[in-house]
Design a protein around this ligand. Structure first.
Ligand code: SF4
Length: 255
């Protein structure tokens, strides 16, 4: 089990400025998954002085008063909120942090009591007990490769891909809505691989979100960048169409 710090916050729910404008909550500061893409949340935390180094970032601090804040904020905002994302700047099912997972589950239950669905995304393992929660939620994993060596390099503290996928399949088989984020998808100069096996491994899911890499200098230096993402997007769209999967291509992936 990893060492978990504790903090108190003044607010929890906020409306994000991303393209779908959802509400989100981040009940942990930092993330032990320590992604090397690099992690946008880490870059922002460093820019705004919340952490100084990557070593500080991978030491997570749980927000102890999360449920109290939700009990105060949900009645106030319930009519404006369509759904709540867990999480934007951390991971709700951080590997080896059972206290974080428990709080995520308690938060989802509380949010669902207001009839509001949660959209969950993790690089950890989705617990099977999610099957017992309301069916209005969507559970997702990030999967940009099937190569475990690449995962170890880029997502060193996250769950092995096979475990991540198996947990998602369990929830899907139980009739829950699932989704997969293929973002940031690596260019061949970062990692040489075929996209089709990744798509085939997730043919059971309800929604695929595909997006390019943004913050890796090597990606921007790739000579066939536009053509590479254009043909990958075509492939994702065709796959989704033939498997009746909802498809969302992130803005800026192709011009
Ligand atoms: S799992 Fe998400 S929040 Fe955590 S380090 Fe990786 S990219 Fe950042």
């Amino acid at each position: 089990m990893g060492h978990l710090g504790h903090i108190i916050r003044k607010t929890m729910l906020y409306q994000t400025k991303v393209e779908y404008g959802d509400w989100a909550m981040n009940h942990v500061q930092g993330c032990s998954h320590g992604c090397q893409y690099p992690c946008y949340a880490f870059l922002m935390a460093r820019r705004f002085g919340r952490v100084k180094t990557h070593e500080e970032w991978i030491q997570p601090y749980i927000v102890d008063n999360t449920l109290d804040l939700l009990r105060r904020e949900l009645p106030k905002h319930k009519n404006e909120i369509e759904r709540i994302q867990l999480c934007f700047t951390t991971d709700p099912f951080m590997v080896d942090y059972p206290e974080v997972s428990k709080m995520s589950i308690d938060a989802i239950k509380l949010i669902n009591e207001y009839g509001i669905p949660c959209v969950v995304l993790t690089k950890g393992v989705l617990p099977t007990e999610l099957v017992e929660l309301s069916g209005i939620n969507q559970y997702g994993i990030t999967l940009v490769s099937l190569d475990e060596a690449f995962r170890e390099e880029m997502e060193p503290g996250a769950a092995p891909l096979i475990n991540r996928l198996a947990a998602l399949k369990v929830l899907s088989d139980a009739g829950l809505k699932t989704w997969v984020s293929i973002e940031p998808y690596p260019t061949p100069n970062v990692h040489m691989q075929e996209l089709q096996p990744i798509l085939d491994a997730i043919s059971f899911t309800n929604r695929i979100v595909f997006g390019r890499a943004h913050y890796d200098k090597r990606t921007n230096a790739y000579k066939d960048l536009d053509m590479f993402y254009y043909s990958a997007v075509e492939q994702v769209r065709a796959f989704c169409k033939s498997n009746a999967i909802e498809c969302h291509i992130k803005k800026g992936t192709v011009d």
